[in-house]
Design a protein around this ligand. Structure first.
Ligand SMILES: Cc1ncc(COP(=O)(O)O)c(C=O)c1O
Length: 393
């Protein structure tokens, strides 16, 4: 007779939080007419050059066969040139590049490459839920370190949280879920801390093009001698409106090449060729494309901040300068999940509960303004204000 135990999921996976987006998605689907300020996506698709390239893809047999583990030579070359030009990162010889199936897979590669079960990974909190999920799936231990009230890094607190089991510090700037952009000096301090303590600095730059003036994006991988302990992660999902194509990339120290090569070979064998063809076309268009969309996002950022800062709206919205998020603290007796559900069902506006990002605030929600046209954001904002007033303390 088979024991039930043998058919249960691993204890490790049972400890991983359930993805929150599908839960909010279900409530939204059950409430027709809901405006979604939920999922973190952009309102635009890829540039037309991408679809032209894809239309011509597949005419040779080679395009249907496995390719190099790290990605096609063409795409790797285009990315290396971009990293040198825009990020100040010289990939070889101190580092190596891998094209991945999105930034999420790049993060999984990084965690698997640097941790053993029981090792600790520091995640400044609130954090991107998939980062925590990946750490737990790998059998490592996420160590949340609170950020400041303005969602900035507290480097002293990060240093104090380090133990002999710490293997990496993760930073995300511009940040999901908070929208914070970390100043260059602070990222330099974190990178130096990692160097001094012999741990990896994993830096996620998925929102590199979404840092609004006067804030500026900075890549710690550009710091002299940072290469041996710095892992930099990127994504085309937001920048080029290519979330479904699943293309990201990572710069890893050459010392990790062998480990990441084994992981990537096992998970992916090679990045999907059609998606690499699309990504190469996007990179040839270059950053002028994402840049052409940021002025509108910046206007919405201002509009939302002003609306939520009005004295009669019962919430606190720290002024942040990046991505397309606000993580607002709400003065309500409801927990984040209940507030989210009631905002959808009673006020037809969807957000993401702060609890999904391990926000220590008792009640908070993330607002994403990337996916909608300005008029829909304005309407969503009106509903949100009405809902917050109705559901507040
Ligand atoms: C910080 C961060 N990293 C990575 C990702 C995932 O990007 P990708 O679609 O490239 O896997 C997201 C998506 O929301 C994100 O917010």
């Amino acid at each position: 007779m088979t024991r039930d135990l043998a058919l249960s999921q691993s204890a490790r996976l049972a400890a991983v939080q359930a993805p929150v987006i599908p839960i909010v998605g279900r409530w939204t689907a059950e409430t027709p007419g809901t405006i979604s300020l939920g999922q973190g996506i952009v309102s635009y698709g890829p540039p037309p050059e991408v679809m032209q390239a894809v239309a011509a893809f597949g005419s040779t047999l080679g395009e249907h066969r496995y390719g190099p583990v790290e990605g096609s030579a063409e795409l790797v070359g285009l990315i290396e040139a971009k990293l040198a030009r825009e990020n100040g990162i010289t990939v070889r010889p101190a580092s190596r590049l891998f094209v991945t199936a999105g930034g999420n897979q790049a993060f999984v590669n990084a965690v698997l490459a640097v941790t053993d079960p029981g090792d600790e990974v520091i995640l400044p909190a609130p954090f991107y839920f998939n980062h925590e999920m990946a750490v737990v799936i790998a059998g490592a231990v996420p160590v949340g370190v609170p950020t400041t009230r303005e969602y900035q890094l507290d480097v002293a607190a990060i240093a104090a949280a380090m133990t002999p089991r710490t293997r990496a510090i993760v930073t995300v700037s511009p940040n999901n879920p908070t929208g914070a952009v970390y100043p260059e000096q602070v990222l330099r301090e974190v990178n130096q801390l990692c160097r001094d303590r012999g741990v990896f600095h994993v830096h996620d730059e998925a929102y590199e093009y979404f840092a609004y003036a006067p804030s500026r994006h900075f890549s710690p991988g550009s710091i002299a001698d940072a290469a041996p302990h710095t892992i930099s992660l990127y994504s085309l999902s937001k920048a080029y409106g290519m979330a479904s194509w699943r293309v990201g990339y990572m710069v890893v120290p050459t010392g990790l090449w062998e480990a990441v090569n084994k992981i990537q070979d096992t998970l992916l064998i090679c990045p999907p060729a059609a998606s690499q063809c699309a990504a190469a076309a996007a990179l040839r268009v270059g950053r002028a494309y994402p840049d052409s969309h940021t002025a509108q996002l910046d206007r919405m950022r201002h509009e939302i901040y002003e609306a939520l800062s009005a004295p009669d709206v019962p919430c606190e919205a720290p002024a942040v300068a990046g991505a397309f998020y606000y993580l607002i603290r709400v003065d309500s007796r409801l927990d984040s999940m209940t507030l989210t559900e009631r905002l959808i069902r009673e006020h037809k506006v969807a957000t993401i509960p702060g609890s999904a990002f391990a926000d220590p605030a008792p009640c908070s929600i993330r607002i994403s303004y990337g996916a909608l046209e300005p008029h829909a954001v304005s309407e969503g904002l009106e509903r949100l204000k009405t809902g917050l007033k109705a559901l507040a303390r």
